[in-house]
Design a protein around this ligand. Structure first.
Ligand code: DGJ
Length: 725
């Protein structure tokens, strides 16, 4: 490596903030680095992403530099996939971006490196941002696009990120599944050609594929070992992640808003900011990638990420829309007696002219139904207060029904097309409000604001969204900007959420969208958690939660105990399994306690008390996935370990039973090999395992593990481990 390059690299690496004069930019956190060459007046190039660089010059000397554009543009060389394509008003479809400046500054707890570029001819500007944090291993990247041309420019491509990785035996892990089977894990070796993960629902973007993936750098995916990168797009609307293998050396990843039917007319001076794409590298397998994302979420991306969540009872599966003061009182009293902490009244409480008794009416009419709740919400908050519970409420504020006072007053507020009959959703009447319209945004903000102003004791809002964006078209957007709707809808949603967040910083909110339809980091800065799935069958939840846990921490993963002939699958499972699965996330219940036997209530009381013991480590600890349900051994197990490694919670589930079934070793992970841990079985329903009350070294637990009979089909165990003094 020549001397000039070496000193430039050193200068770039040492410089804390300000303008970086060096041509070569190293962006590092503790475990990984990106190397970019960005000489002024030339095309900025990404040369490397991988394990932290000690000596950046090695990248060039070794011949492994990518030398790919940082933000590939359709332009002079146009045979490859691109991150950006803009058509100027004179018809020219190309861009040629060169570096204007590179700056670095500390912002919001992290360090932001900005590579400002400009087209060689047109006054068209793109700034590419990378943000690192001193306390976590995730890098965020996004871009800002603007121009000072005389007339609008049309954007046809506007990825958040481009990331090259060295092609090897790359395996893709991605997550897919429809309603009730969300986030199932799929793994495949990458082949030549392009693999696209995308969504076009318009409203809920994780009901089929998830905008998150992992890619191994060499070999089959493994939970504990191997170099893996993970990426997730922090956006709640349509997305597209394209992984392109078009030659022998490089795999190219493009991630961003799905541009299909979304070309964007960019006015002079308007700034188009793409959503954040967050990515990370780990040399501790998929588990390491997950822990990196969880930590980033808890510290920087999830509302109240570091705070403990309440144990709640939600009324939905218990009483459906048949809510009234008496039944709510009884549910609260029963739950309080079991040790619960919060009660959430779900759908069915609203509607004056049209009381909400089923899915055919009332969305938009957010006034209490006096027939059902003569004492109003005040009657419920008072009752909760008296029982020592917090109170939460369900809304679906982005929607209306054609049978509602709102629709009668404002038919123009729904998403619709001229000259066409409207395609309606749930109940044959549901419609989506047009959040691109600021008046509608004001209305939706007002739904929460009015509730909170009138009832400041409301501690929790379950925010539902049960419809796809059908009838694409807006009465608000001008004729030439109809193609903005998919994007404007989600920007409108974010505006509303930002206002709610600013005015009610302590309010806890759940993102629900027909179950797990909105599990994305675009929304989580404003929501504390998500409803993981409408499927509450404990067995299937083991699979769904396993998938979701790859990117999202347990503190945000709502997991409820429901009745024993499960409504979604018809399966019967023991109450213990239902609790033991819920205990591995943010535990709650979703049933009518009046239908529980005294024995079941006594068990629930014990399990809730036990969950409180391990809640800090489940909700704030590091996750180690141990035996995957997708490996079909008949078992699944996982554990959480506190950052100090002095407290852990271990879960094992028996998924099926057949004769002569081999039993895997129940090895643990993440413990301190030197420490001794006292093992105690929790959530007990019968005799404890023989190891209960005994002490083992962390090394033994991780290398050899415990050996015990789990039991027959749907048996389960929860162990607490505490470092002995
Ligand atoms: C769909 C949600 O996923 C359920 O949990 C429940 O809130 C219903 N909507 C209520 O209509």
């Amino acid at each position: 490596m020549n001397k000039r390059l070496a000193s430039a690299l050193l200068c770039a690496a040492l410089l804390g903030s300000g303008i970086l004069r060096a041509d070569n930019i190293v962006i590092s956190n503790r475990k990984s680095s990106i190397l970019i060459t960005a000489p002024k007046g030339e095309s900025p190039r990404i040369q490397y992403f991988g394990p932290r660089l000690v000596n950046p010059g090695d990248v060039f000397d070794s011949g492994s530099a990518f030398n790919d554009p940082v933000y590939p543009q359709f332009g002079v060389q146009c045979s490859r996939e691109t991150a950006i394509q803009a058509t100027h008003n004179d018809g020219n479809m190309s861009l040629e971006l060169v570096v204007e400046s590179v700056t670095r500054e500390n912002r919001d707890g992290g360090q932001v490196t900005a590579i400002a570029t400009r087209d060689k001819f047109y006054p068209f500007y793109v700034t590419i941002y990378y943000k690192t944090y001193p306390d976590c291993e995730v890098i965020e990247t996004w871009t800002e696009i603007r121009h000072l041309e005389k007339k609008p420019v049309t954007l046809y491509r506007f990825a958040s990120a481009f990331l090259p990785v060295r092609r090897g035996d790359n395996w893709l892990s991605h997550f897919h599944g429809p309603w009730g089977a969300e986030a199932y894990l799929y793994e495949e070796a990458l082949r030549d050609g392009m693999r696209v993960i995308k969504d076009k629902d318009g409203v809920r973007n994780t009901q089929n594929s998830c905008p998150s993936f992992m890619l191994t750098l060499d070999g089959r995916p493994d939970e504990q070992h191997g170099m893996v990168i993970g990426g997730t797009l922090a956006w709640s609307g349509n997305y597209r992640i394209a992984i392109d293998n078009d030659n022998a050396h490089t795999t190219r990843i493009f991630a961003g808003i799905n541009e299909d039917q979304s070309q964007y007319i960019l006015e002079p001076k308007e700034v188009f900011t793409t959503p954040v794409f967050a990515f990370t590298f780990s040399d501790e397998g998929k588990g390491g990638v997950s822990r990196n994302f969880h930590r980033w979420a808890r510290l920087h991306r999830l509302n109240h990420g570091g705070e403990q969540r309440s144990i709640l009872l939600n009324s939905w599966e218990g009483v459906s829309m048949n809510v009234n003061q008496e039944v709510m009182d009884q549910m609260m009293a029963d739950f309080a007696a079991m040790g619960g902490e919060m009660f959430v009244m779900d759908d069915g409480w609203f509607g004056d002219k049209y009381p909400r008794n089923n899915g055919t009416s009332s969305l938009g009419d957010w006034v209490v139904c006096k027939e059902k709740l003569p004492e109003g919400i005040e009657g419920l908050t008072a009752s909760a207060r008296e029982k020592g519970l917090k109170f939460g409420i369900w809304i679906e504020p982005e929607m209306t029904n054609s049978k509602s006072e709102l629709f009668e007053k404002h038919p123009e507020w729904v998403i619709q097309q001229p000259h066409r009959e409207m395609h309606k959703g749930r109940g044959g009447t549901q419609l989506v409000l047009d959040l691109s319209n600021p008046e509608v945004q004001e209305f939706v903000f007002g739904v929460v604001d009015k509730l909170m102003t009138a009832h400041p004791e409301i501690a929790y809002i379950k925010w539902d969204a049960n419809m796809t964006l059908f009838n694409y078209g807006s009465t608000y957007l001008p004729r030439d900007k109809q193609s903005h709707l998919y994007i404007a809808y989600h920007r409108g949603l974010e505006n509303i959420l930002k206002r709610i967040h600013a005015k009610y910083p302590g309010l806890v909110m759940q993102a629900c969208a027909s179950g797990g339809g909105r599990i994305n980091y675009g929304l989580l800065p404003y929501y504390d958690e998500f409803w993981t799935s409408d499927n509450t069958d404990a067995l299937q939840r083991i699979f769904i939660q396993w998938g979701v846990s790859n990117f999202f921490p347990a503190v945000a993963m709502a997991s409820h105990v429901s009745v024993d002939t499960n409504y979604q699958t018809g399966r019967k499972t023991p109450l213990k399994l239902r609790f033991d699965v819920a205990m591995s996330g943010r535990m709650g219940m979703e049933l009518q306690p009046a239908h529980m036997t005294d024995e079941d209530k006594a068990f629930a009381r014990r399990a809730i008390a036990d969950y409180k013991l391990i809640r800090p480590v489940v909700q704030q600890g590091d996750l180690y996935r141990l035996i995957s349900p997708f490996d079909k051994t008949g078992y699944a197990s996982l554990m959480y370990v506190s950052p100090e490694k002095d407290h852990a919670a271990y879960f094992v589930y028996k998924l099926e039973q057949y004769h002569n079934m081999p039993r895997p070793a129940f090895r643990m992970a993440g413990l301190d090999p030197q420490k001794r841990y006292l093992v105690r079985e929790l959530s007990l329903d019968g005799k404890p395992i023989p190891q209960d009350g005994k002490t083992f070294t962390g090394a033994f637990l991780m290398e050899t593990g415990l050996d015990f009979e789990v039991g027959g089909e749907y048996a389960s165990h929860v162990l607490e481990l505490k470092a002995a003094e």
